[in-house]
Write a new protein. Sequence first.
Lengths: 350, 311
Amino acid sequence: MGNYYIPASYFFSHVLNAKIMKSPKITSKTIELGSKYSPDFVCSPFKYTLGTMIEGLEKGANVIFQLGGGCRYGYYSELQEQILKDLGYDFLYINFVTGGKADIKKIYRDLKKIDKKFNPIKALYYLFITTKMIKYMDKIDDYIRKNIGFEVNENEFEKTNDEMLKEFSKTKNYISLYRTYKKYRKKMKSIKVNKKEVLKVGIIGELYTVMEPFANYFLERELAKFGIEITRFTNAHYLLFEKTRKVKKYLKNTKEYIKYRMGADAHDNVARAKELCEKKYEGIIHIKSSFCTPEIGCMHIIEKICSKYDVPVIFFSFDSNTSEVGIKTRLEAFYEMIEMRKNNEMLPRD
Amino acid sequence: MKCYLGIDIGSISTKGVIIDEENNIIASSYIWTEGNPVESVKKLVEILKQQLPEEYKIHGIGTTGSARKLIGIMLNANVVKNEITAHAVGTLAFHPDVKTILEIGGQDSKIIILRNGIIVDYAMNTLCAAGTGSFLSSQAKRLSIPIEDFGEIALTSKNPAKIAARCTVFAESDLIHKAQVGYSKQDIIAGLCKSIVLNYLNNVGKGKKIRGPIIFQGGVSKNKGVLKYFREILNEDVMVDENGHLMGAIGIAILSKKESSEKQYDLNIEDIKFITKANECNKCPNNCEILRIYKNDEHVDSWGSMCGKVK
């Protein structure tokens, strides 16, 4: 998902005595493979991950790790394992989260299976570095997202980011990681940007589609071309470490709309929509994969919030069959609408 | 005198207008796209040229509609914009106080909410073409009734048949069923018109604040039956402009006027050789479909590449 294969492979390559294969970058072929062997009405993250697994197995992988999720995704891994076994692949399938819970003993046993010399103390140390790496990556990412639409020299941000990721993957210990991070943070801040009056747009929605650029047809890149400042909440650090902490706060902030958790990120998105409205963002974009049940549930609440605060919102559902031209047309119209609204802010609206 | 050309190339029809500085229509035309935007635009420009008095000179060209990018390159347009903005701008030029635009075209339908002359909200149909013009025309063919008479016939019905509105496939089986059990053609046609309205309001119009003045546009607005049911169900007056089908083209002409310069455009395009070639780039597993555009055998543009490295 995105660039997160870097910390993941960093962790496993240091902890396990095994050859870690980089999961191949998602391409059209990935989704083609995934769709071919998936049920048609399953959401696209299932198809993307299944496609990636097939590509990985074809390249010779024999162990697959999977993390579960808080929605239907929690049950997907069993199904994916069955599909892959039916296709005749021989491999070991390790699911870290079963039945919605991470069982540490089970994980330990599973890892012992792969590597008899597996050392949990060493694993903890590298887990620490890896989580820090994710945190730094996300921080830099946030900064890039806010500024990439305004860079003076094209591609400078992307290039610097690639350099940083390359150095990250070669990190030896925590101190060198921190130094690299600081070095690149300085570099990023020194990149020239031309930013005056900006339009601010928040992206919310189902986590996989939000985080994997291929799955949302490079939505952020398209928006940056218009010169829009983008805010996005969901990233790996949020999902792994902040989510559980924030749920209560989110539910409290939105108690006039929701009472209980809605599964996956749905209630988070309701709270974020409200937050974006209160911060007077010019627009909100909600994206999800087709058939994502939790997000369908929160869409109507978000619409209600947005009409109360008079903030325009647009909904996109992505699938393997989505037409790219259609998305571009709607995005362009959305951009022109929020620009028009911004320029005529003073006019009353009934 | 200065004038401006706006072309709206839709899936079914191609619309073109030439306006002067005061947004008066000097020339206009409406022809079928027939699946070939390049040829139909050549034809359209010929028709417009014949209508254009000699003292007028084109100072701006704008294109909109689903083939806007291609035709924009072909004509060297100074403005290429989406149809939502174009429709809103065009409509506002004639009806500055309008608050809701309902639009049903050949393949898509949209709703635009305006307040004080600015777009504040819009929606467009997503995945399927249910409840659009192409569905109506295919049903007209099935019932062997010319599509132009559809509206008139619908108005004669006193008891419109109930027809499933959600999806064209269900609507069609419902239609056949109703015909087989003996409903009259008028009632079926009226039911069909009503189902278009319900489908539109339940999909595109869902959650939108539809307020008057309302204007109804796009090819389907010529259908009196659909108009009648819009008025009935919304319980508001719904206007139809006689130039409603041209609003997109007018809008884009106005936008091109705003960005025009002293530069003059000539309209001699019938001899221009305009070829597009599509092929798959096999340099990575993305297998992007690259479309290359040649004008008089000269490569002018290409698109479709995800990495941007392939030209």
